[in-house]
Design a protein around this ligand. Structure first.
Ligand SMILES: Nc1ncnc2c1ncn2[C@@H]1O[C@H](COP(=O)(O)OP(=O)(O)OP(=O)(O)O)[C@@H](O)[C@H]1O
Length: 261
């Protein structure tokens, strides 16, 4: 596989219908490795459906999806994740009674358990656990959650729970991370911290990102490319400076929060 294709995501004429509703309609996109791409659009535009199609939670009604040069539509989410394509969720899933470090360690061990069986056989359980401990320490330091390692995750401020959700997604060592509304529900300072973390995920961990976000100023600052969806179709696609002046983008957001961009 060529280097350029390692984390390239390619959607070819992807559609998904729910009964009579076309949630995603004939979307073709190439997301090359190394970028931070914003995926925006009004409520109901099809953004989450597109994430679900890419990660294998949903099957497209028609079209093909390729990641790293291999066809992935129709594969289950575990298979897709093992290929290096994972998502984080808008609301982090924290388990009561477990500390921050335990959440990361579980995520790291879960990933080890998802490795091909022959690889696991060659690794002893102890080696897998040692590797999970090392990765936990690495992710605590990277995410800035080290000071909260022994704290119960459910007691963390919401902003830090969202940071933990992203760190847990990194435990699978993805090549492409789909982040679903990472700034939703955060105050100004938390949003700035999240933006810094997303930049570091790309710059320091070499992970490409696609970010769904309703905070237009944040997504315009963060991303070098913005894809705008409306009613299941791509209506604008380009650098933020061009998209914010695109008549289709302005029309889609007119009367909502276009002024925020
Ligand atoms: N499982 C489903 N069954 C039926 N309709 C669905 C289903 N999932 C999504 N839809 C519909 O598909 C359309 C796109 O929804 P989707 O959640 O992908 O939009 P979105 O852009 O993520 O919206 P939001 O910004 O509000 O999260 C909507 O009309 C929604 O009601």
């Amino acid at each position: 596989m060529s280097t350029e294709l390692r984390a390239e995501l390619r959607l070819s004429n992807i559609s998904r219908r729910f009964g009579g509703l076309a949630a995603v309609s004939d979307v073709s996109l190439v997301i090359p490795e190394g970028q931070i791409t914003g995926l925006i659009g009004p409520n109901g535009a099809g953004k989450t459906t597109l994430f679900n199609l890419v990660t294998g939670t949903l099957r497209p009604t028609s079209g093909e999806i390729h990641f790293g040069g291999a066809r992935i539509d129709g594969r289950d989410p575990g298979d897709v994740a093992r290929r290096g394509l994972v998502r984080s969720f808008q609301s982090p899933m924290v388990l009561p009674g477990l500390t921050v470090a335990e959440h990361l360690r579980r995520a790291a061990l879960f990933h080890a358990a998802g490795c091909p069986r022959d690889l696991l056989r060659r690794r002893s359980q102890r080696a897998a656990e040692a590797a999970a401990d090392t990765l936990t320490e690495e992710l605590l330091a990277f995410s800035g959650l080290g000071a909260h390692a022994a704290q119960e995750a459910s007691a963390l401020a919401y902003g830090l729970q969202k940071v933990l959700g992203l760190a847990m997604a990194l435990a699978s060592r993805p090549r492409l991370l789909l982040a679903d509304e990472p700034a939703a529900g955060l105050n100004g300072a938390e949003t700035a911290h999240m933006e810094t973390l997303l930049r570091a995920i790309r710059a320091e961990r070499g992970v490409s990102l696609v970010v769904i976000e309703h905070d237009l100023p944040m997504v315009m600052r963060l991303c070098e490319r913005i894809v705008v969806l409306a009613q299941g179709e791509v209506i604008a696609d380009g650098p933020p400076g061009a998209v914010r002046h695109d008549p289709a983008f302005i029309a889609a957001y007119l009367g909502s929060d276009a002024h925020a961009a």
